[in-house]
Design a binder for this molecule. Structure first.
Ligand SMILES: Nc1nc2c(ncn2[C@@H]2O[C@H](COP(=O)(O)OP(=O)(O)O)[C@@H](O)[C@H]2O)c(=O)[nH]1
Ligand SMILES: [Mg+2]
Length: 445
C-alpha cells in the first residue's frame, strides 16, 4: 500500500460514476460532494480542512458553466485537482540558503519521527547538488543517538561533528564554527526528541535556534500518526516558528490525512517526504504531483526523476540506441530489472503511471517474481539471451529445470519480456502517451 491509495480509489470511484452520467444535475453534483467529503474524512483529513475544502469545491462545481457543460465530470476533476494543489501549498518550496555560509538546517520533532534518518537523507540529497555538508550530533540524551548519527553519516559519506553528551546549544555553536573553519557550506543539526511535547525540550530547541540562527527549522513528523502529526506540528510551530515540515514514513501511510492537513492547519509548507528507511528514500514534496497521484493521474515527473537517479546516462543512451535498432535483448532486460529494483521496486513505480494508481494494488505486485525472473534469465545461455526467439520447447524445459522454476514461469517471463519491449518502443515513439490503450500492463511484472 502506498500513501493516498485508498483515497485515490475512492476518488476514482466517485468520478467514474459522474463520467457515466454525462450531463449532471445539481442534485448529482451535491451527492458527489458529499461522497468527496466522506472520502476525505476517511482519509483522516482534519475536519475543519475537509469542511472548507468541500465548500470551496462545491461553490465552483455548482456554477452555471459546469451545469451546462457537456463534460461536467472532467471539469469537476479539474476543480478538485486545483483545490488539492492549493490545499497542499501550491508550489514546491525549496530549502532556503543563507547569504553567509554556512547554511544551517535544524531538525526537530518527536522521538521516532525520523529526524536522524532524515539527516542522512538530506545530507545525501544536498551532496548530490554539490553542497559540502556537515552533520552535527546535538541529541545528547542517549549515547546511542550519537552513535546512530555516526552510522547514518558514514552511509552517506558525510562527516559527523560530535562532542559526546555535552550541552546541545554549545555543540550546535561549535558545529557551525567547525563548518566555517573546514569549508562546509551546509550544516544539518540533529536534535533530541521526546515521546511527548514537553517544556524542557521546547526550551532547549528555542535556545539552539537562538544560538545558530538556522536558515530552516525543519519539523519532522511521522505521517502514520495521522491527525496526531497535525497537532504536533501545530504545537511545534507555535513554539518554534518552524519554516517547513518533512513528512516521514509516507510509505507506510495509506490514508494521507496528515499530508493533506498540515499546510492548512499550520500555514507551513511540507518540503520533503520520506518514503522508506534507506538514504535514497527522499522525495521533494510537490503539491501538484501529489494531487495527480490522488486523482489517479500518475506522477510521471517523479518517476522520471527517480529513473534519472537509478540509470546512468550512458545506460539510458545505450537503451535508446537499442530500442531504435530493435535489438533489446534479455540481457538488457536483466539490467533493467536491476535498475527497477534500485528505483524502489515495481509497485511504487507502477503507481506513478497515469491511470495505474487505482488499478495496481500492492498485493498484485510480487517482488519475489522479480527475483525469479532474474534467476530464469541467468539460467539461459548468452546466445539465448541475445536471441530470445530461439527459446523453444526443449530449451524452455532446460531453463525451467536449471532455474528451479516451471515451464509456465519461463513462458510467462518471455511474454513479459515481449511486452516490456513493446512498451518501451511505444514510449520511445510517443512518450507516456504511447502507452495508452496498451493492454496487459497490470500483468507485466
Ligand atoms: N518506513 C519508513 N521508516 C522510516 C522513515 N524514516 C524513518 N524511519 C524509521 O523510523 C525509525 C525512527 O527513525 P529515527 O531517525 O531514529 O527517528 P528520530 O528519533 O526522530 O531520530 C527508524 O526505525 C527509521 O528507520 C521512512 O520514511 N519510512
Ligand atoms: Mg534521532
Amino acid at each position: 500500500m502506498s500513501v493516498f491509495e485508498s483515497l485515490s480509489d475512492r476518488m476514482n470511484h466517485i468520478f467514474s460514476k459522474l463520467r457515466n452520467k454525462g450531463k449532471l444535475t445539481e442534485l448529482e453534483i451535491k451527492q458527489a460532494m458529499r461522497e468527496i467529503r466522506v472520502a476525505l474524512l476517511e482519509a483522516d483529513v482534519n475536519f475543519g480542512v475537509v469542511k472548507s475544502f468541500v465548500a470551496s469545491v462545491s461553490e465552483k462545481a455548482l456554477g452555471e458553466d459546469i451545469l451546462k457543460s457537456l463534460t461536467p465530470a472532467q471539469q469537476i476533476v479539474k476543480i478538485v485537482n486545483d483545490e488539492l494543489v492549493a490545499l497542499m501549498g501550491s508550489k514546491h518550496q525549496k530549502l532556503a540558503v543563507s547569504d553567509r555560509p554556512p547554511t544551517v538546517y535544524m531538525m526537530c520533532g518527536l522521538q521516532g519521527a525520523g529526524k536522524t534518518t532524515m539527516c542522512g537523507k538530506l545530507a545525501l540529497y544536498l551532496r548530490k547538488q554539490g553542497k559540502k555538508v556537515l552533520l552535527v550530533a546535538a541529541d545528547v540524551y542517549r549515547p546511542a543517538a550519537i552513535q546512530q548519527l555516526a552510522i547514518v553519516g558514514k552511509k552517506v559519506n558525510t562527516e559527523v561533528f560530535e562532542m559526546g553528551q555535552s550541552d546541545p546549544v554549545m555543540i550546535a555553536k561549535e558545529g557551525v564554527k567547525h563548518a566555517l573553519k573546514n569549508g562546509f557550506d551546509t550544516v544539518i543539526i540533529d536534535t533530541a526528541g521526546r515521546l511527548h511535547i514537553d517544556e524542557n525540550l521546547m526550551r532547549e530547541l528555542i535556545n539552539v535556534k537562538a544560538a545558530v540562527s538556522p536558515a530552516e527549522i525543519l519539523l519532522v513528523v511521522d505521517s502514520m500518526t495521522g491527525q496526531d502529526a497535525v497537532t504536533v506540528a501545530d504545537t511545534f510551530n507555535r513554539e518554534l516558528d518552524v519554516t517547513g515540515v518533512i513528512m516521514t514514513k509516507l510509505d507506510g501511510d495509506t490514508r494521507g490525512g496528515a499530508a493533506l492537513s498540515i499546510k492548512a492547519v499550520t500555514g507551513k509548507p511540507i518540503k520533503f517526504s520520506g518514503t522508506g528507511e534507506k538514504p535514497e528514500d527522499l522525495e521533494p514534496f510537490h503539491p501538484d504531483r501529489m494531487a495527480s497521484r490522488i486523482l489517479g493521474m500518475g506522477d510521471v515527473l517523479t518517476l522520471i526523476e527517480k529513473a534519472e537517479q537509478a540509470f546512468s546516462k550512458e545506460q539510458a543512451e545505450n537503451l535508446q540506441k537499442k530500442l531504435k535498432a530493435n535489438s533489446f535483448t534479455l540481457e538488457d532486460y536483466l539490467e533493467q530489472l536491476d535498475s527497477v529494483k534500485k528505483m524502489g521496486g515495481i509497485g511504487d513505480m507502477m503507481k506513478m503511471l497515469p491511470g495505474m494508481a487505482g488499478k495496481v494494488k500492492s498485493e498484485d505486485i510480487d517482488e519475489g517474481k522479480l527475483m525469479r525472473a532474474k534467476v530464469i534469465i541467468q539460467s539461459m545461455t548468452p546466445k539465448e539471451r541475445r536471441n530470445p526467439e530461439i527459446i523453444k520447447g526443449s530449451r524452455r524445459k532446460r531453463i525451467a529445470q536449471g532455474s528451479g522454476t516451471s515451464i509456465q514461469e519461463v513462458n510467462q517471463l518471455l511474454k513479459q519480456f515481449e511486452m516490456t519491449r513493446e512498451m518501451m518502443s511505444r514510449m520511445q515513439k510517443g512518450g507516456m502517451k504511447g502507452l495508452r490503450g496498451m493492454k496487459g500492463m497490470k500483468g507485466l511484472f
